[in-house]
Unconditional design. Structure first.
Length: 102
């Protein structure tokens, strides 16, 4: 299982969510408004971004990354970044169930 974290432009959220709806079996998406500090241009400029966090089975990772990348792409600086991280364990708070999600 992997966690996909995607930092995208806020105005691209609806487009990305619509694209994610096309992926069969996608369990859930957590969406957060975040702020980043850009140091690329020599100044610490705070910029608004949107972060999506999605847990998926290994076999869905590549499809999910491609869908997000395509939907969030404008070709301009600041389009965002996608991170893929391993998930070692999940614990369902209500029941205490541990193991793979689903």
């Amino acid at each position: 299982m992997k966690e996909i974290k995607a930092i995208i432009q806020p105005f691209m959220l609806e487009r990305v969510i619509n694209a994610l709806h096309q992926i069969k079996g996608l369990p859930a998406v957590t969406i957060s408004a975040v702020h980043g500090l850009s140091v690329e241009r020599g100044a610490f400029d705070e910029v608004a971004k949107t972060k999506l966090e999605i847990m998926v089975p290994d076999e869905q990772v590549e499809q999910l990354v491609e869908v997000i990348q395509k939907a969030a792409h404008t070709g301009n600086p600041g389009d965002g970044r996608i991170f893929v991280l391993p998930v070692e364990m999940t614990v369902k708070i209500r029941t205490g169930e541990r193991g793979a999600w689903r």
